[in-house]
Design a protein around this ligand. Sequence first.
Ligand SMILES: Cc1cc2nc3c(=O)[nH]c(=O)nc-3n(C[C@H](O)[C@H](O)[C@H](O)COP(=O)(O)O)c2cc1C
Length: 219
Amino acid sequence: MENAQTAGPVRIGLIVGSTRPGRRGPAVAGWATEVAAGHDAVRSGGATVTVLDLAEQQLPLLDEPVPAMFGDYRNPHTRRWSALVGACDAFVFVTPEYNHSVPAVLKNAVDYLHAEWNGKPAGILSYGVRGGTLAGEHLRQILTEVRAMVVPTAVSLTVFTDFDFSGADPSDPTAPGRIAPATERAEALSAMLTEIVAQAHEPRPGDPVAADAGAERVG
Ligand SMILES: Cc1cc2nc3c(=O)[nH]c(=O)nc-3n(C[C@H](O)[C@H](O)[C@H](O)COP(=O)(O)O)c2cc1C
């Protein structure tokens, strides 16, 4: 079955959820893009990956007068972000953990939109001192509210074990280290991508096919 939005490849948007100078987000996203490039779905042309870096969006703190669920966007930055997210069939969210949650910039970017997330598969790739799992779990709740379909497999990178700090000054808190995740991390990411692509081929809630199936079950 074709995915609901397009008969072409599943277009996966890989959202980089941190923006601070010296952030590790782009390194994590670069690693994820490399792993994705080796995934069967991408190699066969069944999926594509596009990086959506929040640092490039420069979204102000939410300044839309109408809540996103009404789809009445007034600002050019919202319309631009809406077009980028709306063009994706699925997402991988790359989020660090900031004080046991996601960075404010990522929550803000989710809050800007609504329909653009609805019914689309999403995977969570978190990182932090302890794998960023608390951020990942918060993000799962946030995405559930905007009706994204969060896939079961999540990937967690731990700063002290999935980055290589050899040669870095141990007293320098800004040393980013070199990303060097364990093999199991790539395997988990690959499994997550498989789930995302499979979910993208399922009818979305509200699709005519899904509605028919529901009617058959009821009748
Ligand atoms: C404001 C702030 C809060 C943080 N809070 C946590 C935390 O609660 N748990 C954790 O494991 N790491 C925490 N860290 C460490 C980050 O997860 C780690 O530095 C990560 O690389 C940050 O992502 P970034 O480099 O893309 O900004 C925090 C870092 C920052 C800047």
